[in-house]
Design a protein around this ligand. Structure first.
Ligand SMILES: CC(C)(COP(=O)(O)OP(=O)(O)OC[C@H]1O[C@@H](n2cnc3c(N)ncnc32)[C@H](O)[C@@H]1OP(=O)(O)O)[C@@H](O)C(=O)NCCC(=O)NCCS
Length: 120
């Protein structure tokens, strides 16, 4: 998932709020978990979220997701977040944050549901 950090996402120092990055990481991870499980997922835990470098207004931020572990009804998605800074050489990006988020596959009554052995 890719987006751009805008002035409304920044504090008075011009740094992007950590919560903005967290919410986008959660959305990116949920899309990945939804595809892997073939249905609805809910976030049950943010196991780790590490901010490595600041993100600034105008950065193009990309969220790279990978399923790290699949349990019976839950899975851990690792999210690596990289920023391309305006004016830096094309194709170069900085590793700004990483996260591990646990999602649970649920049915229509929001009860945990088994994740298929193979991606849907
Ligand atoms: C997610 C939810 C359905 C799990 O319900 P539950 O009664 O704890 O279910 P279970 O005990 O059967 O656990 C289901 C799975 O979640 C995992 N899990 C539960 N709590 C966890 C936690 N704090 N951290 C990591 N994994 C957790 C369990 O290990 C289990 O995984 P497994 O089946 O792969 O072994 C329930 O807690 C819930 O609805 N939470 C709110 C989710 C939500 O609304 N998120 C958005 C917040 S705005």
């Amino acid at each position: 998932m890719r987006t751009m950090a805008m002035p409304k996402d920044a504090n008075w120092l011009g740094d992007i709020f950590g919560g903005w990055l967290m919410s986008h990481a959660d959305i990116a991870g949920a899309i990945h978990a939804y595809r892997r499980s073939g249905g609805k997922v809910v976030t049950v835990a943010v196991d780790d979220f590490t901010f490595i470098q600041p993100v600034y207004i105008g950065d193009v931020v990309t969220f790279f997701c990978e399923v790290d572990r699949v349990g019976r009804t839950s899975m851990v998605v690792a999210v690596d977040i990289r920023a391309e800074r305006p004016g830096s050489p094309a194709g170069t990006s900085i590793h700004v944050a990483s996260a591990r988020i646990t999602y649970v596959h649920v049915d229509d009554e929001r009860r945990p549901r088994e994740i298929p052995a193979e991606p849907a």
